[in-house]
Design a protein around this ligand. Structure first.
Ligand SMILES: Cc1cc2nc3c(=O)[nH]c(=O)nc-3n(C[C@H](O)[C@H](O)[C@H](O)COP(=O)(O)OP(=O)(O)OC[C@H]3O[C@@H](n4cnc5c(N)ncnc54)[C@H](O)[C@@H]3O)c2cc1C
Length: 463
């Protein structure tokens, strides 16, 4: 049922008429997120400017049992901010203030809609460092990062968003505001509620403020790129680097298809006669960085690297990092629909998993480019397809089923950083098991009894 005129006028009362969109042409940009082939017009879009707005919108929605889909920048890759029919899309991008930078405690308090890049820049300007760097960081919001527990290229050494969240302000579906966490380095009072909301994909509450941890900025950094004739050689080089007790801040790979697409797109001068490219970055004290870079070069050489390029300065380092950062955009140019996945396996199984993806693509006659976080065992098989071709889309689905099953068989997970949303909901029960599914449903029922927040995302109300 479309949203009643009374609901729209109540929403206009709460946030101001200019912050409520209802015209079909205004709703279209909010009818999808970064996930391919998923679209649904919402009932309306509401922009909140403060926590009180969020509280009142949720109270209204809860009383009227209207679904609410919380949205940051809509870059999600599992359909988390995809509207459900006749829902209110609650968009938080106008809550984008940095409220406090506390140098004594190394924390930053921000509103939820601030971009990851703005946080990173503000930390940098203060001589500090906010490490999580999802590929979408120029536009993704901190709220979205927390809701998805996003990773990034520096995850291997520095961890993911969760490791930098010290506190959260969350509005529950009832409208009640809950603060969890604080500036204390140690705090074990009660359950770690903030950890429940991190990665909850907008299903349990709306995050309105985030208290972030900052760390000292590394004094030096070195960037290297090595190419290999075989993926196994690159994987072995990674194993050797870790065995040498080096934890680089970045250890990323591209496969042959991705290398070709990136070179075509970014013209970096990458060699094309290779099957794998490894981007390696180490940071820290200058002497340690020099030593680690030399050891990584040695590991690459020992494993038969065809070419090794060491960046001479920051500009060249940024250019080499572009090879990895532009992988998705470069692949997306090649076909009308790009479906990016993110299975993760134990590091030791990564080369086997990459080979498996290639074999599945061949079996189903599909084009695939694979890249990802080699140091984390997190790979992004990206199918280059066309959603208008139903028969091909069916083959893509079949291919993914096999890939997820193999990831689970190898001790991996169906998503390392993009979340479940709607895209992977059918795979979650097999991965999580009965007991975990039951407890997750019970938690949802306690916090969101009317199931207004992102209903039908992650799992259905009943099994
Ligand atoms: C080119 C590209 C590169 C990417 N690279 C990475 C990467 O390297 N690592 C990675 O982890 N992800 C990556 N992503 C995925 C995506 O950018 C992240 O999941 C990001 O955190 C989403 O932020 P957003 O603001 O766009 O959130 P949205 O897409 O708007 O929302 C994502 C989910 O979070 C919920 N949500 C959003 N804000 C809130 C809030 N304030 N309170 C409660 N729930 C909320 C939504 O309901 C939805 O379920 C990439 C995406 C693209 C398109």
């Amino acid at each position: 049922m479309p949203l009643a005129a009374k609901i729209i006028s109540d929403l206009q009362q709460i946030v101001g008429a200019e912050n409520v969109l209802t015209a079909p042409e205004d709703l279209i940009p909010y009818s999808f997120d970064g996930t391919a082939a998923l679209k649904q017009l919402p009932g309306c879009v509401v922009f909140s400017r403060n926590t009180q707005h969020v509280t009142r919108v949720l109270q209204l929605a809860n009383d009227s049992k209207i679904p609410v889909v919380t949205r940051g920048s809509g870059t999600g890759l599992s359909g988390g901010s995809l509207p459900v029919p006749d829902c209110i899309v609650l968009c938080l991008v106008k809550m984008d203030k940095i409220l406090e930078l506390d140098r004594a405690n190394l924390t930053m308090l921000v509103e939820t809609g601030v971009t990851t890049l703005a946080v990173s820049d503000a930390a940098n300007a203060a001589g500090l460092f906010y490490p999580p760097d999802p590929g979408s960081m120029k536009i993704s919001t901190i709220g979205g990062n927390v809701a998805e527990n996003s990773g990034g290229l520096r995850g291997l050494k520095y961890g993911v968003t969760r490791n930098y969240v010290m506190g959260l302000e969350v509005v529950l579906p009832s409208g009640e505001v809950l603060w969890t966490g604080n500036k204390c380095v140690k705090d074990v009072a009660g359950y770690s509620m903030k950890d429940l909301f991190i990665g909850s994909e907008g299903t349990l509450g709306v995050i309105t403020r985030v208290l972030l941890k900052l760390i000292p900025k590394p004094a030096a950094k070195k960037t290297l790129v090595a190419t290999f004739a075989q993926m196994d050689q690159a994987a072995q080089a990674v194993s050797d680097i870790i065995a040498a007790q080096i934890i680089p801040c970045t250890l990323e790979f591209l496969d042959r298809t991705t290398i070709r697409c990136v070179e075509d797109y970014a013209k970096i001068g990458l060699p094309l006669d290779c099957e794998a490219l490894l981007l390696m970055e180490t940071d820290g004290h200058a002497a340690a960085v020099a030593e680690e870079a030399a050891k990584m070069e040695e590991c690459a050489r020992k494993n038969g690297a065809l070419q090794i390029r060491v960046a001479k300065d920051d500009a060249e380092a940024a250019q080499l990092a572009t090879a990895r950062r532009s992988a998705f955009s470069a692949l997306a140019r090649v076909a009308p629909t790009t479906i990016l996945e993110d299975v993760t396996v134990p590091r030791s199984e990564l080369a086997r998993m990459v080979r498996f993806v290639a074999a599945v693509a061949e079996k189903y006659k599909l084009r695939v480019g694979t890249f990802g976080h080699m140091g984390d065992g997190n790979l992004h098989p990206t199918f280059l397809t066309d959603e208008r071709n139903k028969e091909e889309m069916h083959r893509v689905e079949e291919a993914f089923k096999e890939i997820f099953a193999e990831a689970i068989r190898l001790g991996g997970t169906i998503t390392g950083e993009h979340g479940i949303g709607v895209a992977k909901k059918s795979f979650l029960p097999k991965f999580a098991g009965d007991a975990q599914m039951r407890v997750m449903r019970q938690l949802k029922g306690v916090l969101d009894a009317n199931h207004i927040l992102n209903p039908g995302k992650m799992f259905d109300r009943t099994a």
